[in-house]
Design a protein around this ligand. Structure first.
Ligand SMILES: Cc1ncc(COP(=O)(O)O)c(C=O)c1O
Length: 465
């Protein structure tokens, strides 16, 4: 009978996969010897494998280039990185190697833009698309950037008042975009997104506030679907509605030349993940092309703002199973040496699933378990995988350490988890390792941050003042 953990994975999924291989019964991720990483740095740890960021950007750029060529599409494609998915310098430095642009969400993002500019990582030709609800500080920072000559900074109007606020702070003419408030999926808790301006109000807003306005050029229409870019009737329907607005606007607004379709590309959250990125891009280009040709308006340049897709698949978290508690006949709790709530907050807050695999002991028997975090919060657990209503791992043995890895965790988890700040039950944020490849393709590792210390907590909590 096949009862080894390897057999289970092998029978359930197509395994090995491009990024997941087995060597001596231990898991490798993109050729990284994870057991060796643990031997060197200990567990728990988080890591970022930087080359995956460039890899994904280049994949998307190629898919768009291919479809643009295939359809004879007359517009250009611009890849923007949505900084809120991970603001870290190492992430932006890697992403910016690939001739990309930036999308920002708040005032402090502009300080990052200025810093990157001072380091020569971005230039005044880099598009800086400013989304989000804009309060004074954000307006001032955007205005400073534009007043200092960054003409490719395009604030995306999220509410009517922003236009006046920008005009009072910016000296010359400037470009803007308008965000469409999309209609949410029928099963959602509300009908229309709070972000942006309703479909019906966009052309009237343009006619009333921008058309005769000598200081402002409307350049971009922005459209982001909360549920992401999916091959569903809902997505295609919303895209068509958006294209109608674009066409109506283009007929009265000659400066409009760009369509921003936001972020929302999914990432691999299971070994059974299937998504045809190239097909989706091809169909988007095709739909835009056709709609514009039928309406006899020029096609727009296309912008995307991929966050998860850029950085998600570069990250991982590794934990050690510390102990097993059997609370009844059926429920075995494997306790990890960290917390899910603080290190993978989306797993708790929005029930997000990541790829979960054992790192060692693949040739041993498996068992069904639940995973518990170290905080005393009953919600600090992980109990199923994306395509399996359970978790199976090699059997717990007191004298044989078991390590587990969560993969593709690189987007949003640090900012939502309040990286470097207070943590639930004061369970410290783990060590963070950066993994790269040198010019010969050899792997390199370095510590980005040590595990959080008690002194850090004591300081935040005011005990050292
Ligand atoms: C305006 C905008 N653009 C881009 C993104 C990035 O989305 P994702 O990480 O799904 O690519 C978001 C995410 O909330 C967003 O609100």
């Amino acid at each position: 009978m096949k009862t080894k953990y390897f057999d289970l994975i092998d029978q359930t999924y197509d395994f090995p996969q491009e990024e997941f291989q087995l060597k001596d019964n231990n898991l490798e991720f993109h050729g990284i010897d994870l057991k060796g990483l643990i031997a060197e740095y200990g567990a728990p740890l988080k890591f970022t494998y930087l080359p995956k960021i460039s890899d994904n950007i280049q994949r998307a750029q190629k898919w768009f280039a291919k479809s643009i060529k295939k359809h004879g599409y007359k517009g250009k494609y611009h890849y923007c990185y949505c900084t809120k998915s991970s603001h870290f310098q190492h992430v932006l430095n890697e992403a910016l190697k690939n001739n990309i642009h930036i999308e920002t969400s708040s005032a402090f993002d502009i300080d990052i833009v200025n810093h990157l500019k001072s380091k020569g990582k971005i230039s005044k030709d880099t598009f800086v698309l400013c989304n989000g609800f804009k309060r004074d500080k954000y307006i001032n920072n955007i205005a400073d950037l534009i007043n200092n000559g960054h003409e490719n900074c395009i604030p995306i109007i999220d509410n009517y008042e922003e236009l006046n606020l920008l005009q009072s702070n910016i000296n010359g003419t400037f470009n803007v975009g308008i965000r469409i408030a999309s209609e949410e999926e029928p099963k959602f808790e509300f009908y229309t997104s709070r972000l942006g301006i309703g479909y019906k109000n966009i052309v009237p807003f343009y006619n009333q506030s921008i058309k005769e306005n000598e200081q402002v050029n409307l350049k971009m229409l922005h459209f982001f679907i909360n549920t992401g870019i999916r091959d569903t009737a809902y997505y295609w329907n919303e895209l068509l509605k958006c294209l109608k607005v674009y066409i109506n606007l283009k007929r009265v607004c000659p400066t409009l030349d760009s369509l921003n379709i936001g972020g929302g590309f999914p990432i691999k959250n299971s070994l059974a993940f299937e998504y045809d990125y190239a097909y989706m891009i091809d169909e988007i280009i095709n739909q835009i092309n056709q709609a514009c040709q039928e309406a006899k308006v020029d096609v727009p340049h296309i912008f995307t703002e991929f966050g998860s897709f850029t950085v998600g698949e570069s990250g991982g978290a590794i934990y050690e199973v510390l102990y097993q508690k059997q609370q009844n006949d059926r429920e075995k709790w494997n306790m990890i040496n960290s917390s899910f709530i603080t290190t993978l907050p989306d797993s708790w807050a929005i029930n997000k699933r990541f790829i979960l695999l054992a790192i060692n002991r693949w040739n041993e028997e498996y068992e069904r378990v639940l995973l518990g975090g170290l905080t005393c919060d009953s919600d600090d657990y992980y109990n199923s995988e994306q395509h399996m209503n359970a978790i199976y791992l090699p059997k717990y043995k007191k004298d044989k350490p078991l390590y587990i890895g969560f993969f593709n965790t690189g987007a949003y988890q640090e900012s939502i988890g309040g990286y470097g700040g207070l943590q639930h039950c004061l369970i410290p944020a783990p060590k963070h390792i950066l993994i790269d490849r040198d010019e010969n393709g050899e792997l390199t590792t370095k510590v980005f941050a040590e595990q959080q210390t008690s002194a850090k907590f004591m300081d935040i909590l005011g005990y050292t003042k």
